[in-house]
Design a protein around this ligand. Sequence first.
Ligand SMILES: [Zn+2]
Length: 99
Amino acid sequence: MYITDLTHFLDEKGAIAPMPAPARRLAEFLGRVVAAASAPATMDEAGECHCNKCRKGIVVTEIASDDAIEWFCERCGHEGRISNWRRSFWDLSALPNKR
Ligand SMILES: [Zn+2]
């Protein structure tokens, strides 16, 4: 299981910090997971995220009781948790839920 603290990937403005390409790809994947988990249900396009391991599975997300995002790939079983994601660039939970 990947246990990640999103702030480790970010600069002081909340964007992805300069880092080597593999780490950056992981950070971008985690950002998509955060967007998928935090987006209002009306934002369908943000609600799907493909697995970064098998690249075919859809990652299922859930916000746990301790506010971490738990994610899981239905296809290959790749899974992880993301903490400290609130108010990051990808946190969509503050967007209005109604159009
Ligand atoms: Zn997968």
